[in-house]
Design a protein around this ligand. Sequence first.
Ligand code: FAD
Ligand code: EPU
Length: 347
Amino acid sequence: MIEENIDLTNLNTFGISAKARFFSRFSSATELAEILQSIKTKNETRNLPLFILGGGSNILLLKDYEGVVLKNEIRGIEVVHEDLDHVYVKVGAGENWNDFVLHCIKHGLAGVENLSLIPGNVGASPMQNIGAYGVEIREVFESLSAFHIRDQQIVTFTVNDCRFGYRESIFKNQYRNEFVILEVIYRLNKRPVFHTSYGAVQQELEKMGVKELSIAAISQAVINIRSSKLPDPAVLGNAGSFFKNPQLSKVEFEGLNKSLELNKRYPDMPTFPADGGNIKIPAAWLIEQSGWKGYRRGDAGCHGKQPLVLVNYGNATGDEIYQLSEEILQSVKSKFGITLEREVNVV
Ligand code: FAD
Ligand code: EPU
């Protein structure tokens, strides 16, 4: 069924008030194909853009969506294969990500415990290559099946096909809006490899009095850290980190250093090693140094505990949040010569 003028306020974690001109839900590939067929046959929908919606936790709606929003509600968690070291679990794109993490922990399947409490659904997890506390999904990703909207065909993607990068995949770039991710197969470990060196994980485990490491303990430590600094979207609208952490090549970094004397002016500037010998500079630090932490204008703001997160205190519009992000971006650029990139999908 295709509905009209559907309110999306409760379907995006920013809580932005916006409507979808047309809206439909699907819970199987067959249902999706039928809806797409019906969109094609109606004059009023035929040429409209389509938007695939998961949990709405990584989008900023700028205005009403003058197209068709298709909400992916494909469910199911099923073991499809097992070998000596791994269990392969197929998960429907419409399953809640954290429910899947909890399912893995309950069944002693390791690999996603560091990704506890990330909002959203499984379908977006490879699209975003979600990551936290030293782990990204690409490390446990086996394959996915996706529906090609134009060709009406189901295609399988392996890890190499997905071209995963830091919060990147082929679905965010080259194949943007071309595929609907239907199901993802994750390869979980029977024997856990614990990742505790990132940020405050080890410290939190000690605080919890954990004597023997387990995936459940790591999950709880991550949940504790996240709850202490990230705003709960049910209480305060947000979409997690609004920007990516910039990663500069050594040459770029040294160039900036020379022209702007960053090391001399900011001897405390934190830097971390990143992929390919790059240097990661925390965007939260750049934003805080630029004076935005805790800033609020109307109902749009920069969170007081984690300035990388922009928040909606109630009735901010998508435009107001976007405008604030633009000002933050410009001020970081003029102070540090670094151009932040938005992580949230602007719709
Ligand atoms: P949506 O917001 O619904 O969609 C995001 C994008 O994916 C859109 O472009 C959409 O069209 C596309 N999409 C969604 N489903 C499909 C599908 N089935 N097929 C094709 N395209 C699809 N992210 C992290 O990586 N690490 C974190 O630690 C983290 N912390 C967060 C904390 C908070 C409080 C919040 C609110 C967000 C956080 N995020 C984090 C961001 C967010 O949770 C992830 O990006 C998540 O994967 C988004 O899932 P979703 O289902 O809500 O996607
Ligand atoms: N920092 C500040 N001031 C602050 C907070 C942080 O200067 O108020 C600096 C500190 O130097 C700190 C550094 O920023 O060491 C990193 O902060 P934090 O560990 O909180 O993580 P982050 O880099 O801001 C990233 C991800 C998060 C993910 C965490 C944990 C991105 C864009 N964000 O945040 O992902 O949960 O690491 O791994 O990579 C998301 O994608 O939505 C998200 C929340």
